[in-house]
Design a protein around this ligand. Sequence first.
Ligand SMILES: [Zn+2]
Ligand SMILES: [Zn+2]
Length: 503
Amino acid sequence: MLHCVSLRKSPVNRVLFFLLALLFFTFLTPCLYAAPVLCTGYSWQTVLERDDRTLTYSFDTTGGYAVEGYLSESLDEVFAAIPQWRDVIRRSLDSWGSAADISFVEVPDSGDAFGAFGAQGALRFTAHPLYQAFAHAKVSPPTGTVEETTGLSMWGDVHYNSHNLDAGEWDASSLQNTTTHELGHALGIVAHNLDPGSALFWLGGVAEPSEHDFADIRALYFPQNEPAPILTDPLIDRPRDWVALVDGSADARATLTVTKDGSVLTSGEQKTGIKGVGASLADENYGFDYVDLTLEAGGRIATDGHNAYGIGAGDFNAITVDGFISTEGFSADGVALMGRSNSLRTGIASLIRTAGAGANGIFVGGEQDAVGNYYGNAVLAAGRIETSGAGGCGIYAAGFSSVALSGSILTLGSHAAGIGSDQYGSQHIAVEQTAAIETRGHDAYGVLIRGGEQCLGHAGGDHHRRGEKLRHLWLLVRCQRYRDRWNDPYCGARSNGGACRRE
Ligand SMILES: [Zn+2]
Ligand SMILES: [Zn+2]
C-alpha cells in the first residue's frame, strides 16, 4: 500500500503515473496466457524463411480505414508534435531487428481495412481511440502459418491511442518507449514481465530493448544449441546433460524419475534441463506432454543460460519436485508449466532457486482452446523457492490456474513478487497458514494481483518485507469477494483503470 500511496505524493508522480499507465498497454491476441517470455507457437519465423528475413511495415498517414469499429486516424495528425515520428518508430524496429536478424522494409500502406486479407505491410502502424491504453499490438502469427493460412493480416499491427493518456499529445520519448514495448509483442513476446529494465516490464517501457529482451527474442527466433538427446529410459540416476522427452498420451503416459543420484546439468543459453522435442521456445512442442515426472530428494537440475528452464512442461503432465532446481539466466524459470492441465507439487524439503532477471521459481501458464474452454494448471507448493533477479516471482500465475502456497518464498530482486499474477485469465491463489513470503528488494510485492478476475483466497501466512513483519500486505488486489478486506481501493482503481476493464 505504501508503494501506491507514494505514487500519489511523489514529486515525480507524473513520471510514475506515466509508467503506471503503461500497464494498460494491451495487445490483441488469441493466446493471452503465455509464458513470461512468450506464447509458445508464435513467431514470424515461417514468414522470415519465405521472405529471406525481411518483414515489411507501413504507416497509415491517410486515416479513414476500418479498425475495430473505428475509422483509423492519420499518424501524421496524431503525431503532429513529433516531426521525426517516422524515425522514432524506425529506431525501435531496428533495435529489435538487430537482435532477431530481421530487416524491416517500409512499403506504402495498402489502404485496406485493418486485418483484411492482403493488407500491407506485414506490420501496419495506425491510430484509433483506446480506453486507458497508450497502444496495443497484435502478436506474430502462429509458427508454421503465413497470412494465406490464417486468412488474416492483422498479425504484428500496432495501434496507437489517438490521444496520449498523460499529456493529451504524444512526444518523442513516450512514442519511443511505447513503440519498443509494442514491437516486443508484435514479434512474439506475448506476456509482460516484472523486470523494470525490460521493454516488456508490466509498469512501463524503455527506449531500447535490454539484454534480457534480446535473450527473449533469440529464444523465439534462434535455437542456440544442438537438439537435446531424446530420452527413452524412464530413469536418470547419474549426472547428465539436457534431455528431450517424447510425449506420452492420455492412454499411455510416459514416466521419468530423476533419482537421488541423478542430475541434469546444462550449460548454455536456452538449454532447458528437461524439455520436449521442439528446438525453439516458439515451437508448440518445446514442452513435453502426458509425462509423470518426479525429481526425487537429492536429485538435481541446474542450468546456467538465459531462457534455460529447469523443467519445461507442455500439457497434461504431473510433476513432483522433492529435489533441487537452480537456474542462472534471464527468464530461466525453475519449472515452467507452459501449457494446460498440468499439476505440480513441491515437497517440503524441495528447493527451487533462480537468479536471472525475470526468472520465476515456478511459472504457471495456461491456455484457451479454439472454442474458449480453459484448462487449468494446479500448483501445490510446500517447498522453498528463492529468486534473486529483478522481477523474479516465486510463483507467477497466468492463464486459468490455481496456486496453493504452504511453503516459503524469498525474493531478493527489486520489483519482484512472492506470488505474481497476470492481468489476463483467471487465477485462484491460496496462501495457507503455514506459508511465509519474504521480499527484500525495493518495490517488491508479497502477492501481486493484477487482473479483474483473480481471487486471493484463504489468506494467511506471513509476509516480511525488508525485515519488517507485516501480515496481509497484498497490493493491487482485485477480488470482489475479498476486496473489502484486502483491496486498496486506490490501487485497485488504478490497476484496472477504474472500471475493471480487461483488454
Ligand atoms: Zn504490453
Ligand atoms: Zn486497435
